[in-house]
Design a protein around this ligand. Sequence first.
Ligand code: UDP
Ligand code: MN
Length: 477
Amino acid sequence: MPDVRSKRCREMIYNTSTLSKVSVISPFYNEDLTVLLRHVHSLIRHSPRDLLREILLVDDNSTLPYLGPDLEEYFKILDPRIKVVRNTRREGLVRTRIIGAKAAKEEVVIFLDAHMEFNVGWLEPLLDRLVSQSKLVVQPHVITISGMERGMPEPVMRSGFGWDMRMSMYFLPSYLQQAYTTADVPIPTPGLVGCAIAMRRDYFFENGEFDPYLELWGGEHFELSFRTWMCGGRVEIVPCSKVGHIFRSPPYVHSNAARDIITKNIFRVAEIWMDDYKHIVFSAIRGCCQKMIQMPTFHNGDRIEERRLIRKTLKCKTFDWYLKHVIPEAGIPSTNALYYGEVMNANTSYALAVTDKNELGLTKMQLPKGVSLPGIYFTIDRFGRFVHDNKCVYTDTQTQALKLSDTNCYVGQNNSSWSMDPDNYGQIVYTGSRGRLCLAHVLTAPPAIGWVELQLCDKKNRSQLWRFTYQFDWKHK
Ligand code: UDP
Ligand code: MN
């Protein structure tokens, strides 16, 4: 494993003195044997002995025989700091972590996935941060294990959330790029990658641990990051701490039953933490993924109030505050929006952008999957407006260029209206004085990216197909 830290990170002197003891908590359910063994060996090899005092492997009632007593015997011989805790029934990732945290004895807890490996000096920079602040949740810089072995670029993105509650990464906004020019400075992050999370153990419990009513998998990293920010804490990526994770689509999330559980987790998090913004989440999930799903009704047995009480006890701020102060770049869709977000061309994967002449153009890069490019959000709303930043898209009568209006957009401006046909992943249709036309990305020879224009609609022309990041179905409201 090459040491992939930047020179500054390698030369830094970390203060780990006052918080010297760490319990690592790695839940596992039917993990591959070699992967789990490499995880443990990597932890032992790359963590200072005097800091890492406990490795808690919490078995969430795995069924694979090789994860049984033989494995425990092996760990006993390998290192007395390893403890295997066995759940007597399947609890799911979230409660399994809580079980681990309750069993942990040291001052700092680090929740890990059981298929991760660690770079040289991964632990000290995390502890350094936790020494200096108590209400802090920190996360290493996570990439794939093979990526880490090849050498690791410094982070350019931080996690946030998508309105459909899928993972969404955001490029560091410019106000942070100014401040975080050196590779060793912790970066505040609105969201978390779920696989590696560290904090003081007492803060973990004071801050409301995890929501134990989240079942199976999913939602907990949103819940923790919303809660931490809203309730007076802070969440950071520590770039000097480098770790690798096996990104995979978990085998147990694909059944219909599992999907229902995960959606319920998401709705639960929205219900408790997102105030009225929960309606946007419900509408985005109906729009993208689960057309038939109903607005959930929670009952006493769901213990929603019990978790809401945390907001009162800890005097937490509103989700509106979180949006405006922690993730201002995410933008807030209007409740009139039918389609919202980046507008990606299906043929080329470039997205709509606004040029310095206030004309519609295209992004310099193709839109990566699961990544948000702030500043290029558009809306088509129920009144037929095609809007960016409160300004209408219109066609200049002389040049026929697509432009943004100078003034705020009103309904019926320029006597034109816009819609999608048939739906998201369809044509963006203009109806107005020029007739019925469709937006197209006209490709030119590279390195030029081409331009956008209105053309006669042609269903067979893929460069006339577009997709907004979000489609909303507001029927539940
Ligand atoms: N896990 C668990 N019980 C479950 C599901 C997952 O203990 O019911 C463990 C799993 O073995 C892993 C961690 O929780 O160590 C996170 O799950 P996974 O890596 O599948 O999630 P992802 O990283 O893909 O989000
Ligand atoms: Mn994982």
